[in-house]
Design a protein around this ligand. Structure first.
Ligand code: PLP
Length: 409
C-alpha cells in the first residue's frame, strides 16, 4: 500500500493531474481507455527527440547506435516485466490489437482450416473478437463462446465444456475492461494444455494492475498495450512462447524483417524481427521502457494493494446508492466499474454531467458489444481507476452521481 505522502508524490509526477477541467480539479477515471503519463515518460521521449533521435538498426553512425541500443534494451525490460525466458519471445507491437492480429494472421491463418474451432469468452474486447471473425469469414473457422455467470465471473470449466477435437485455440482476457472481472487464466491455460490446445491471454487491462508471469502461467501467447500502463500510444508487446516462434509466418512485409532479397527470392529474418517490418515506433517503445521502469520501481504488488483499497472503498460507497445499477460483482475485481441508472438517465448524459465537475469517465459499449448484449444494455458508464487515484476521488465521483440523480429526478 502507498502512504498518503507516496500517493501525493506519485500524483505530482503526472503533470496532467494538476489540470482543471470546467473549473474543477481533474478527476481522471478513464484509465481503462488509456492512462496518463508520468513526467519520466514524457521527459524520456522529449530527450530522445531533442538529442538522441535517429532510425534504428543498420545505421553505423553514433546516433543510430544510441537509438538502436535504447530501443532494443526495452526488449529486455519487457521480458523481465512479464518474466519471459528470453528476449526473442518479445515481439514489439503498436498495442494489443496488433498483437492479436499477428497471432491471427501469422500463426492461426496458415494452420486453421474450415471447421476448426477457437474459443472466446463473451467478456472480450472487440480486439479479441474481430481478428478471429476475419478467419471465420475467410477460412470458415468456427468461434465458440463461453458466457460469464450472472456476477460476471468466467468459470474455467466452462471452457472445457466447449472443447472438441476441432478446438485449435482459446483466446481470453485476463481482466474485463467493462466489469473488472479478474479471470482465472491460469486454470484456463491448464485446461487448454490438458487437451493440447494453446491459449492466448489478453493482458491489456491486467498488466497495469497486477504482476504478470508468463512462465508461471505457462501461457502460449500474451498481449499488452503500452498506453494503458502509463506509456505512449503505439507501443506494446506480444509474447510468444519459444516453442511456437518457428510456427509463425511473416505478418507485414517490408524493411527490417528480411534476411535476403533478390529479384526472384526472399528469405526472412527469424522472429521477433520477422514480425516487425518497417521503421518502428522508436520513441514510443523507449517511452514504454521508462513506463515499465516506473511501475517496477513502485512495485506491482504495492500498486495492486493500493488499487484494491480504492476498489473496496468504491464498492462501499456505491452500495449507498441504491438507485445505481452496478453491472457485475465478480469474485475478484480490478478497480473497474460499469454502472447505469436504468431508465432515469442515459450513460452519455451521466458522463457529460460528471465532466462538468471535472470527472472523466467513459460511456458507451466499451468495444464489448457481445457483453453489452449479454448484460441487456446498449451502453454503460465506466469508471476505471489507476495507481494515482484516491478515495477522495471516489467521493467526488459519488457526489457527482448523486447530483446526476437529483437532476434527473
Ligand atoms: N483488450 C482489452 C481488454 C482492452 O481493454 C483494449 C483496449 O481498450 C484492447 C484489447 C485493445 O488495446 P489497443 O487499442 O491498445 O490495441
Amino acid at each position: 500500500m502507498f502512504s498518503m505522502e507516496e500517493i501525493q508524490r506519485i500524483r505530482d509526477e503526472f503533470p496532467i493531474l494538476a489540470r482543471k477541467i470546467n473549473q474543477n480539479q481533474l478527476v481522471y477515471l478513464d484509465n481503462g481507455a488509456s492512462s496518463q503519463k508520468p513526467r519520466q515518460v514524457i521527459d524520456a521521449i522529449d530527450n530522445f527527440y531533442q538529442s538522441e533521435y535517429a532510425n534504428v538498426h543498420r545505421g553505423l553512425h553514433h546516433l543510430s547506435n544510441i537509438a538502436t541500443e535504447k530501443y532494443e534494451e526495452v526488449r529486455n525490460k519487457i521480458a523481465r516485466f512479464i518474466n519471459a525466458k528470453n528476449t526473442d519471445e518479445i515481439i514489439y507491437t503498436s498495442g494489443s490489437t496488433e498483437g492479436i492480429n499477428i497471432v491471427a494472421y501469422s500463426w492461426a491463418w496458415p494452420r486453421l482450416k474450415a471447421g476448426d474451432e477457437i474459443i472466446l469468452s463473451v467478456l472480450e474486447h472487440h480486439a479479441n473478437i474481430v481478428p478471429w471473425n476475419f478467419l471465420r469469414e475467410r477460412s470458415g473457422i468456427v468461434i465458440k463462446w463461453v458466457e460469464p455467470d450472472q456476477f460476471g465471473n468466467l468459470e474455467p470449466l466452462a471452457f472445457q465444456d466447449q472443447i472438441t477435437d476441432k478446438t485449435k485455440l482459446i483466446s481470453v482476457t485476463q481482466v474485463s475492461n467493462v466489469l473488472g472481472t479478474v479471470v482465472d487464466v491460469k486454470s484456463i491455460i491448464e485446461i487448454g494444455h490438458n487437451f493440447g490446445i494453446p491459449v492466448l491471454v489478453d493482458a491489456s487491462q491486467s498488466a497495469v494492475h497486477q504482476a504478470i508471469d508468463v512462465q508461471n502461467l505457462d501461457v502460449d501467447f500474451l498481449v499488452f498495450t503500452g498506453h494503458k500502463i502509463y506509456g505512449p500510444t503505439a507501443s506494446g508487446a506480444l509474447y510468444v512462447k519459444e516453442e511456437h516462434l518457428g510456427n509463425f509466418v511473416p505478418f507485414k512485409g517490408g524493411g527490417d524483417m528480411i534476411d535476403e532479397v533478390t529479384r526472384d527470392h526472399i528469405t526472412y529474418a527469424k522472429p521477433p524481427r520477422m514480425l516487425e517490418a518497417g521503421t518502428p515506433a522508436i520513441a514510443q517503445m523507449i517511452g514504454l521502457g521508462v513506463a515499465i521502469d516506473y511501475v517496477t520501481a513502485l512495485g506491482m504488488n504495492k500498486i495492486q494493494a493500493h488499487e484494491k483499497s480504492v476498489r473496496d472503498y468504491a464498492l462501499e460507497r456505491f452500495a449507498e446508492l441504491n438507485w445505481l445499477k452496478l453491472h457485475g460483482s465478480p469474485k475478484d475485481q480490478a478497480a473497474i466499474f460499469s454502472f447505469t441508472m436504468g431508465e432515469v438517465a442515459h450513460p452519455h448524459d451521466l458522463s457529460t454531467i460528471l465532466d462538468q465537475k471535472g470527472i472523466a469517465v467513459r460511456a458507451g459499449h466499451h468495444c464489448a458489444q457481445p457483453l453489452m448484449n449479454f448484460l441487456g444494455v446498449n451502453a454503460t458508464c465506466r469508471a476505471s481507476f489507476a495507481l494515482y487515484n484516491t478515495k477522495e476521488e471516489v467521493d467526488k465521483l459519488v457526489d457527482g452521481l448523486i447530483l446526476c440523480r437529483k437532476l434527473f429526478d
